[in-house]
Design a protein around this ligand. Structure first.
Ligand SMILES: [Zn+2]
Ligand SMILES: [Zn+2]
Length: 326
């Protein structure tokens, strides 16, 4: 008669299963999965038995950087700004941007880039945002952006996906979802349109040239740029609220700063550089450089400055307070 197996034997012989902390997918794993860098079959993020916090009722005021609020208040104080920007989006055809992306990029769905779709879902459920559309565009520049005043669209460049690992990619997607949560997108889209027009020197060729002249004369363009740079700080915080590990944000910034040479950078020294930069940072000089930088096609500026800012937020205890709340 075969010997009855003990409970212990039974549990060892059957595969363990673990629910992905991010997306909830059930994954079959071996007992030593933690030592093997096991990843979730759906979202491809690392498996872990640590909990992952989803925010039930996150307000943008919980994490908005004070410099973002201040610059946005200055922007909104310009007389006629909202109607001018609405007019700008109307005449330059915000809808055209959507056509361009849907015609030239791959839409992220459960069948195309399914792991990116799952990551987008993780970012949206964690922050409490309705799922926007997301596209992947062939472009070697490591970048991502969000636009659309009526319907929000996130675009990820292929260069970004080649450079970042899965957690870092989640951080970037979450940063973009943060722009939606923080209600930045109307102003971001206007900033982007202004950049595009400046780059193409096309301002005088389009029917809305009068409105563009007004926007530049009223100082809206420079106030828009000054705000857009600071808006990044709030969304780095939103990214951290999703990945829930400051080092992931640090590594993203390291890769944004070091490019293909990132593997030669010492991470701790990089963080120290961020701290030192923050101490001596000249805000006005950054504003000046930012205008040039943006013309060079860089929409996510100054990773060294940003890593200093995110470290500051973590060390202030505000991040941990939010994680403990609700
Ligand atoms: Zn997962
Ligand atoms: Zn951004």
């Amino acid at each position: 008669m075969p010997k009855k197996r003990s409970d212990e034997e039974t549990s060892l012989s059957k595969p363990n299963s673990i629910r992905c902390r991010y997306c909830g997918q059930k994954n079959a794993v071996k007992a030593d999965f933690k030592n093997n860098d096991a990843a979730c079959g759906k979202c491809k993020l690392p498996l872990s038995d640590e909990p992952h916090k989803k925010f039930a009722d996150l307000s943008k005021h919980d994490y908005i950087h004070p410099d973002d609020s201040k610059a946005l208040a200055a922007l909104r104080a310009i007389p006629g700004i909202d109607s001018a920007l609405r007019k700008l989006l109307e005449v330059t055809g915000e809808a055209a941007l959507r056509v361009i992306f849907t015609a030239s990029s791959v839409k992220v769905t459960t069948k195309q880039f399914p792991d990116l779709h799952a990551k987008l879902q993780v970012a949206c459920t964690t922050l409490g945002v309705d799922m926007p559309e997301m596209f992947v565009q062939q472009n070697p520049v490591v970048n991502a952006f969000t636009y659309g005043s009526k319907k929000h669209i996130i675009v990820l460049h292929s260069g970004l996906l080649e450079r970042l690992n899965d957690e870092e990619t989640l951080a970037v997607i979450s940063h973009e979802v943060g722009h939606i949560h923080a209600e930045h997108v109307l102003y971001l889209t206007a900033a982007r349109l202004m950049e595009a027009l400046a780059n193409a020197s096309a301002a005088k060729l389009i029917p809305g040239s009068e409105i563009i002249k007004f926007i530049i004369a009223a100082g809206i363009n420079s106030a828009l740029l000054a705000w857009a740079r600071r808006a990044e700080l709030s969304c780095d915080r939103a990214g951290l609220l999703v990945v829930q590990d400051p080092h992931v944000i640090g590594r993203v910034m390291m890769k944004l700063a070091g490019g293909t040479s990132a593997s030669k950078i010492d991470y701790d020294e990089f963080l120290e550089q961020g701290r030192q930069f923050k101490k001596t940072c000249d805000e006005k000089a950054l504003d000046k450089f930012w205008a040039t930088w943006i013309n060079a096609g860089q929409t996510h500026p100054f990773p060294i400055w940003r890593v200093g800012e995110i470290l500051d937020w973590v060390e202030s205890g505000q991040y941990q307070d939010l994680m403990n709340k609700q």
